[in-house]
Every structure is written in C-alpha cells, then in structure tokens.
Design a protein around this ligand. Structure first.
Ligand code: ADP
Ligand code: MG
Length: 305
C-alpha cells in the first residue's frame, strides 16, 4: 500500500483537529477524502506531506515512516495545497522550471516542464504571468507543479474548488487519467466529486473517520431513511391525504403535483402509491424509484453528534 495512517491525532492548542485517525490508501487508486469544512482534511494532508507534524500517531508513505529522518520522502509525493498558493509574479514556464530545479531534475528539466505543460493543457498560457491566469488555469499550474517530479503519490487538497462547471469537468478528467497510474488522495466537500472520480471514499467529520470503503460498501453498510419514490399526479393532492399511503415516512413537495415520497425501513412503497391513486381517483403520470444517494449517506454520517 502507498499511504498508511495509524492512530494520528493532531491538537491545535486545546482543539483536536484529528482524533485517532487511521486509514490506508492502496497504490494505483483515487481515494476521496470527504468531509465538511473544518473536518480536518487539510490538516491530515499537511501531515502526510510533512508540512506540519502530528501530535501523535504514525504516517507511512510507500512503507517509509514520515518523520525527520525521512527527508527524501517528499520526492515521492506531489502536493496541491489548499488554495493553491502560487508565485503570481512568475511566468508559468519560469515557475515550473523553478519547481523542477528544487527537485534537482537537472538535464530532464526542459523536457519535463514541456511534458507537464502539454499534459495539463496550459500550452497557450505558458508565457503568461501566473497572476494573470483564470482560476482554472492556475489550478492546472498547481497540478503541473505537483506532478513535475513524477511522484507516485499525489495529495490534492480540494483540487476543483472555485472552478466553474466546465473547468471542474476538465480537471476531474485530468485527475482520473493521472490516477490510473498513481496513488491519489483527494479532498473535497462535494459528494458528486467522489462519485465521479474515486474508487474509494474516506469520510471524516470533526476529526474522526466515520466511514471508509468503496461507494457500494458504504451504501450497503449505512441505513438511511429508506427508499424514495418520485411521483407526479395529474391532479392536485394534499400532503395530508398522501400521508395515508402504506409505510410512508416522509413527504416532500417538489413541484405543483410532484412529490418525493419516502418509505419506512427501506420498504418499497410503489404498490401502496398505486393503490392510493386508484382509491382516490388520481392519475399517476410519473413514478420513479430513487436509489439511496451518496449525499444522504454523507448527511446521515456527518450529522450525528
Ligand atoms: P478542512 O480542511 O477539513 O476544512 P482543516 O484541517 O483546515 O479542515 O481544519 C480542521 C480544524 O482545525 C478546524 O476547526 C480548524 O479551525 C482547525 N485548524 C486548522 N489549522 C489550524 C491552525 N493552524 N491553528 C489552529 N486551528 C487550526
Ligand atoms: Mg481544507
């Protein structure tokens, strides 16, 4: 495995930002580190990349314990920090060359810089000042600097934050492509992001891991409200009347005659809805069973106190 975090705790003064956190990230996978703001994601990532020390616990990257003796480990790690701080006065190519020199790429520098410019699609921006770039292109420069020394392990802290929808799609695709060869740990507070690019999810809330597994495993393990059915009637119907449907637990109005009806205990309420419609002389024009959304799982896991 590529990253192994064992019983890591981080205290900022009296506050425990990380509380006995343990997880593993296997090589060759993209793992989503998901949690609300303040959950401890960035803190964990700074510890893995040796920017700050943990209070206690052990982090291993590629089998090597991260401590003061393991200075070389940064060669194996690429890091896109939160808010992607870049030198805004430098030109893109100049900056990437500067980073390549930090990693002592020597003769390979020129070739590697050009490869990364190509890979991250910033050819047209390479001679511009970083400060003049749009957020999406800055994020690409951030990815290019994280990848320049060809690390096995990539730590990306909210790589799509602040991007517009088109840029998000492009950056996600780029990360997915990169992830097929490397180990990627990516933090996000966006549910769809992990659904789109991650094989595995680790959910953190208030410094504690609340779930860890594949999307499917997490869905199977979590009991959320129940199954929901989207129903559209031709006629108007009151919420009070709808509450007579067998096994119904929740009624949400989505449009004038469109409702989201949820069942108790994962029971299928579709036959009950149909019977209700017949008994009340209503016509159903849409009935669609909704699977359990990852979003709901996330809420049910992170709202618990
Ligand atoms: P996330 O990245 O999930 O939003 P962070 O790791 O940034 O969360 O923060 C976790 C908690 O630790 C938050 O409550 C935050 O206020 C606190 N924290 C982060 N950095 C510091 C710091 N340097 N000093 C004090 N508290 C901090
Ligand atoms: Mg953060």
């Amino acid at each position: 495995m590529s990253i192994k975090v064992s019983n890591v705790t981080k205290e900022y003064g009296l506050q425990k930002a990380l509380d006995d956190v343990s997880f593993e990230v296997q090589s060759g996978s993209v793992v989503g580190f998901l949690g609300p703001n303040g959950a401890g994601k960035s803190t964990m990532m700074k510890i893995i990349t040796r920017f700050i020390p943990q209070t206690s616990g052990v982090v291993e990257v590629n089998g090597i314990t991260i401590d003061d003796q393991a200075r070389d480990i940064r060669k194996d790690i690429g890091y896109l920090p939160e808010n992607n701080p870049l030198y805004t006065d430098l030109y893109v190519k100049e900056y990437l060359t500067f980073v390549a020199n930090i990693y002592k790429l020597g003769k390979a520098t020129h070739r590697r810089v050009n490869e990364l410019i190509e890979l991250t699609g910033i050819g047209n921006e390479q001679n511009k000042k970083i400060g003049s770039l749009s957020k999406g292109y800055r994020q690409r420069v951030g990815l290019a600097q994280a990848l320049i020394h060809n690390p096995n392990v990539l730590i990306l802290d909210e790589p799509t934050s602040g991007l517009d929808p088109n840029q998000i799609v492009e950056i996600r695709k780029l990360i997915k492509d990169i992830g097929s060869e490397k180990t990627v740990l990516l933090s996000t507070h966006i549910m769809q992001e992990v659904e789109a690019i991650c094989q595995k999810i680790i959910i953190i809330n208030r410094g504690k891991i609340v779930a860890d597994g594949s999307t499917q495993e997490i869905m199977a393990r979590t009991t959320v409200k129940g199954l929901s059915v989207l129903v559209e009637f031709v006629e108007e119907v009151s919420q009070e009347k709808l509450s007579n449907i067998d096994n119904i637990s929740e009624i949400k109005m989505l449009g004038s005659n469109t409702w989201l009806l949820s069942s108790k205990n994962q029971k299928d309420i579709r036959t009950g809805i149909f019977r209700f419609a017949v008994e009340n002389g209503l016509t159903i024009i849409t009935m669609q069973q909704k699977g359990i959304q990852l979003e709901e799982i996330f809420q049910s896991l992170t709202n618990q106190s």
